[in-house]
Design a protein around this ligand. Structure first.
Ligand SMILES: CC(C)(COP(=O)(O)OP(=O)(O)OC[C@H]1O[C@@H](n2cnc3c(N)ncnc32)[C@H](O)[C@@H]1OP(=O)(O)O)[C@@H](O)C(=O)NCCC(=O)NCCS
Length: 431
């Protein structure tokens, strides 16, 4: 299978993100578009890239604004760019920023672009809330009424239940199962204990706290002024618990399957607001402009499972394909970053990667391999840092590329699970 790039290597120049905030807290007054603009503006300033040189902006979001569904174009209208910067929005659930990055990388590899910005944003505070179907019908009928009495007659048909708003559920449209229920189900199928989930969540908080305190995570964050006064700045993630203990985590009640479940608020990623942005260039253009790439994209893959099966297990199918496309094995990876939607999901994914049966499903005769814990999520992950759906992929690519460079390693792999039973894997190479 050909390796990604066809001779035009795609370089990661820099990445930046807003702080990630638990939804309904510090960033609650920012829309996803505002957050995206903050991240992209900071990326432009930090890299000193001339906005007129950017060929393309690709952005991901999972719950787009009904009023401005193409978030990418809204972000591209920042004063840092000419109004001619074309931009499009992509959606692949929790892997949306990854999709933005691979779409931008494809355009560069094809020779259709030399310089692109990709990333994503999400406000899980400002989610669209809909009227009921009946209420919508009545509002339309009332708007077409030719007299006050006709309008009143339309409203008179409303019943109390018609006023109940509809909020987007984090559930599969095809099965009705929520993400949390899926994680609980995966824990049961794969025998992932409550204790191992809580220990993994604790590890995530501890490592993210270290990465924040020593400045490695903080360096990737664009400080954001806090509304409504805008007098102080938020410069670190507010979900990381430096004081969390195993005893506290063990005491939390299961939230999704209250009777027999093991998934709690402590071992699930929290609902989060935030945005990320990554600057990509063809390697030749980067060198010509005097930029030193942090890493190159060596390969990537996407895969899917039946959403009714193990919803968050598809990274296990994507990883061996991405590795094969790179001509590498899991043992060659100096670092691995697996998106932490739920501790039960990461632990199931690790188990799946070590399983010949899962490898066979991806078309391979040997298991992908064992994950060396000392190389895994070395600065925590979404369980502690938070998970603004559309933005997370940009955070992972940035942190992984920076850490690979700091450690002087050569290769790194990231994986992301996503709603719809989808999974993503990407291999980075330090250059
Ligand atoms: C799990 C979920 C329902 C919890 O929401 P919540 O109840 O608002 O969560 P909270 O932050 O209020 O936490 C609940 C309690 O757990 C405690 N808690 C959470 N994490 C903790 C930790 N690491 N250590 C100690 N206590 C913790 C909180 O302090 C809180 O305690 P309190 O009730 O005494 O204040 C929500 O985060 C969720 O839906 N997550 C999953 C999102 C999802 O599906 N993502 C898709 C992934 S792809």
């Amino acid at each position: 299978m050909p390796s990604f790039g066809n001779g035009r290597r795609v370089a990661i120049i820099a990445g930046v993100r807003t702080p990630f905030a638990r939804s309904g807290t510090t960033l609650k007054d920012y829309t996803a578009i505002d957050l995206g603009k903050l991240a992209v503006a900071e990326l432009v300033q930090r890299t000193n890239i001339d906005g007129a040189l950017v060929d393309l902006l690709v952005y991901g979001t999972v719950l787009p604004s009904v009023m401005a569904p193409n978030i990418a174009r809204e972000v591209a209208l920042l004063p840092h760019f000419p109004r001619t910067l074309q931009a499009f929005t992509v959606g692949r659930a929790c892997a949306s920023a990854n999709q933005a990055i691979t779409d931008a990388a494809d355009q560069i590899a094809l020779g259709h672009a030399d310089i692109a910005i990709a990333g994503g944003a999400e406000s899980l505070t400002q989610v669209p809330i809909l009227h009921s179907r009946r209420m919508s019908d009545v509002l339309v009928a009332a708007s077409k009424a030719k007299s006050l009495s006709q309008r009143l007659a339309a409203f008179a048909t409303l019943r109390p239940r018609d006023f109940v708003p509809i909020t987007p559920a984090i559930a599969e449209p095809s099965t009705g199962e929520t993400m949390g229920q899926s994680a609980d189900k995966m824990a049961k199928i794969n025998g992932i204990s409550r204790e191992s989930q809580d220990r993994f969540a604790l590890r995530s908080h501890r490592l993210a706290a270290v990465g924040t305190a020593d400045g490695r995570l903080t360096a990737e964050i664009a400080p954001v002024p806090i509304p409504p006064q805008y007098a102080s700045m938020m410069s670190t993630d507010n979900g990381i618990r430096t004081d969390s203990t195993f005893e506290q985590l063990s005491a939390l009640k299961p939230v999704f399957d209250r009777l027999y479940g093991t998934v709690t608020a402590g071992n699930a990623s929290p609902l989060t607001d935030g945005a990320s942005a990554v600057l990509l260039m063809s390697e030749d253009r980067a060198r010509a402009l005097g930029y030193t790439p942090i890493a190159c994209i060596k390969s990537y893959a996407y895969a899917a499972v039946d959403p009714g099966e193990q919803l968050l297990q598809a990274p296990v199918l994507a990883a061996p394909v991405a590795l094969q496309r790179a001509g590498l094995t899991l043992r060659d990876m100096d670092l691995v970053d697996m998106h932490e939607a739920f501790a039960a999901q990461v632990l199931s994914n690790i188990q799946g990667l070590a399983s010949p049966a899962w490898a066979a499903r991806a078309g391979f005769s040997h298991a992908t391999g064992d994950i060396d814990e000392s190389r895994l999520n070395v600065m925590g992950g979404s369980l502690s840092i938070g998970h603004p759906f559309g933005a997370t992929g940009g955070r992972i690519v940035t942190t992984l590329a920076n850490e690979l460079s700091r450690r002087g390693g050569q290769f790194a792999m990231l994986t992301v699970c996503a709603a719809g039973g989808m999974g993503h894997a990407m291999i980075l190479e330090r250059v």
